[in-house]
Design a protein around this ligand. Sequence first.
Ligand code: NDP
Ligand code: A1CAB
Length: 287
Amino acid sequence: MAPDLFSKKISFIGGGNMAAAIISGLLAKGFEKNSIMVSEPWDVNRKKMADLGVKTTTDNTEAATVGDLIILSIKPQVAKTVCQELASKAFSSQGSSLPLLVSIAAGITAASLKEWCTTKDGASPPIVRVMPNTPALLGEGASGVYAGEDVTPEQKEQVNQLLQSVSRAIEWVDKESLLDVVTGLSGSGPAYFFAMVEHLVTSATKLGLSEEQATRLATQTCLGAGKMMVEGSDPPAQLRKNVTSPNGTTQAGLESFEASGFASIVDKAVKAATDRGEELGRVLGSQ
Ligand SMILES: NC(=O)C1=CN([C@@H]2O[C@H](COP(=O)(O)OP(=O)(O)OC[C@H]3O[C@@H](n4cnc5c(N)ncnc54)[C@H](OP(=O)(O)O)[C@@H]3O)[C@@H](O)[C@H]2O)C=CC1
Ligand SMILES: O=C(O)[C@@H]1CCC=N1
């Protein structure tokens, strides 16, 4: 029988935006509030977590000691310090049977996490890296996942269950470097669409629509187009063709995009975000 995540305790180390999104998604699926603990140093964020009804603490060791799954949801820049703290305090008292560590930190490699999390007795937790995105808040997330070799099939299934609670697309990758591409695509991706809608609203406002009208039209267009891509059977290219009447308005708009190097702009942006993920892992991993 598949291990039931819903009977486990989950601890989040770091209670910021992404932890809030995942926790909200889990709670919406019926996960028990009392089975979640968040350690978070900042009063404001800790209060937001407490308002969700989950347990909170300022003590990473307390959270990491009670969790069957530990979600590392801190910024990449503090990952080393936090992992070393967990290794010397929480993990060192737990022998060789350590909880599963699920890191969502962009770029930070499984090898770095393992090195930093190793106790003085040489024990280290099994590690899964996940790259989620903020639509997890609504159960509409997209996540990439990579598991180290010491992760058992049961633990992978638990991670699947965790992600199914908050994601509609879950893509396991077998090469860890591909997680940087996932980061540059879907991890950062919501911000690309938000920026696009911001620009659409500004453009239409300049042409006379009120900001409120333009915002309602642009956001619903984004949602409608997204639903057509996810729920329909036609690929995006066909959907685009269906909107584009020969010599019509859409053709004029798309040709303007292309004349400004649309494909190249997107290409460079995804590559820049992917490269930044790799760089974060390399630089922070060597400090
Ligand atoms: N935001 C996103 O869309 C996505 C983020 N990620 C990854 O998720 C991780 C978290 O990002 P996000 O939620 O946006 O970041 P946030 O800054 O919102 O959250 C991180 C939280 O960790 C707290 N924190 C800082 N130091 C410690 C510590 N020593 N122990 C415990 N908690 C600490 C921070 O407190 P304080 O503010 O006081 O420093 C903050 O509340 C990052 O590694 C990011 O790469 C992955 C996918 C998408
Ligand atoms: O911007 C970042 O670094 C994080 C990772 C993906 C989304 N936000």
